[in-house]
Design a protein around this ligand. Structure first.
Ligand code: G6P
Length: 367
């Protein structure tokens, strides 16, 4: 099986390293003359016409990609977006109509709760678009429109490259339809697309931080509780960082919007509870630094992640991971790599079954 793993000790590490290719394979077929073109996807230009609301539905990591999607869609398309956990959505008597676009996100295309949510939405007359990795899967077959991600097969239970290409798909859809709706210009759309393509290299450069992150993760080996904090795009990203760590390292962790800490959770922060602080968003950078000072004052060991070099006081953090600088809206791509590597190496250092964590399945086709 070592050959199947391409010389890597685990599928997860192999799949982390495959992310630049996965992004390339997902983005490139949709670029024609520097512009986004979804003709081969069969996605018409009028998908968002008459749409006044978007609901993004998924489970686990796919749902977390949706949380990033909400921020990007609302920012660029100026349409209200909600993100729903599939298993909750279907039993909550959702308000649906023909002016609602339901976007389901799924790696496998077979997750029972997501499929049921899709069927419910169709019955209610919603337009449906799915972002799916597995060709011909149930969710792909039953959606009005399918936007395939091209991650290739993902074997490790903890999703990495599938999440990465889900993000790229959300961004492409947001760019293209924001341009068609006139909420961004054609020039801006082209510029964003170019930056998305450049992000592929930034992801590759981030993977090269591998050794640094392996070393830093040693300090998490015997931790029992941990917080991920962030603001703006860094908050949904924190949710993904937290689930990744929980899944494979069995360390209890929680993602918190950094500004919300003072409303309760700060009481749990002690010198035994490390904090992984994502501070990639310039707009809220100084706010984040204040939030980090709050946890430092309670003794927390802080691992700080910034987008490019930022001035950081010596006593602010124990470790500082510097992402290759991108425009802030692309930081989730590079930051996700760091979070994946932290989860991966922490699991390895704890001697656990990285690719097949206890109690979890790659694809959950029963309720
Ligand atoms: C399972 C997997 C997760 C995944 C979720 C949704 O719980 O362990 O990694 O995020 O299902 O899977 P899907 O195939 O719908 O993306």
């Amino acid at each position: 099986t070592s050959a199947k793993k391409g010389g890597y000790p685990h599928y997860m590490l192999k799949e982390i390293h495959e992310q630049p290719d996965a992004l390339h394979n997902t983005i490139t077929p949709r670029v024609k003359n520097g512009m986004l073109d979804f003709k081969e996807d069969g996605i018409a230009d009028d998908v968002f016409t008459d749409i006044n609301r978007v609901i993004i539905i998924g489970c686990g990591t796919a749902m977390h990609a949706g949380l990033i999607g909400k921020v990007m869609f609302e920012k660029l398309l100026r349409i209200p977006v909600t993100v729903e956990i599939a298993s909750e959505f279907r039993y909550n008597d959702p308000i649906l109509d023909k002016n609602t676009l339901v976007i389901t996100i799924s790696q496998s295309g077979e997750t029972a709760d997501t499929l049921a949510a899709l069927r419910l939405s169709k019955e209610a007359g919603c337009k449906t678009l799915s972002i799916v990795n597995v060709k011909g899967s149930s969710i792909a077959r039953e959606s009005d429109y399918v936007f395939y991600t091209h991650a290739g097969p993902e074997i490790a239970v903890a999703s990495t490259k599938a999440y990465m290409v889900q993000l790229s798909s959300i961004y492409m859809i947001a760019f293209k339809f924001a341009m068609l709706r006139g909420t961004i210009s054609k020039e801006t759309c082209e510029d964003y697309l170019k930056q998305l393509q450049d992000t592929i290299n930034a992801v590759a450069t981030t993977i090269d931080l591998d050794k640094q992150i392996e070393k830093i993760s040693e300090c998490l080996t015997s931790v029992e509780d941990l917080f991920f904090i962030g603001r703006g795009l860094d908050y949904p990203l924190s949710c993904e960082g937290s689930i990744k760590l929980k899944e494979i390292s069995y360390i209890h962790s929680e993602a918190y919007a950094a500004g919300e800490l003072k409303h309760g959770t700060l009481s749990l922060v002690t010198d035994d509870v490390p904090v992984i602080a994502l501070a990639t968003q310039e707009k809220v950078y100084s706010k984040m630094i204040s939030n980090i000072r709050e946890v430092r004052a309670r003794g927390a060991m802080v691992i700080l992640i910034t987008n490019g070099e930022m001035p950081v006081d010596d006593d602010l953090c124990a470790h500082h991971i510097v992402l290759p600088k991108t425009d802030d809206q692309f930081a989730p791509f590079t930051a996700a790599v760091v979070l994946q590597l932290i989860a991966y190496y922490t699991s390895v250092h704890r001697g656990l079954n990285v690719d097949q964590p206890r109690n979890l399945a790659k694809s959950v086709t029963v309720e």
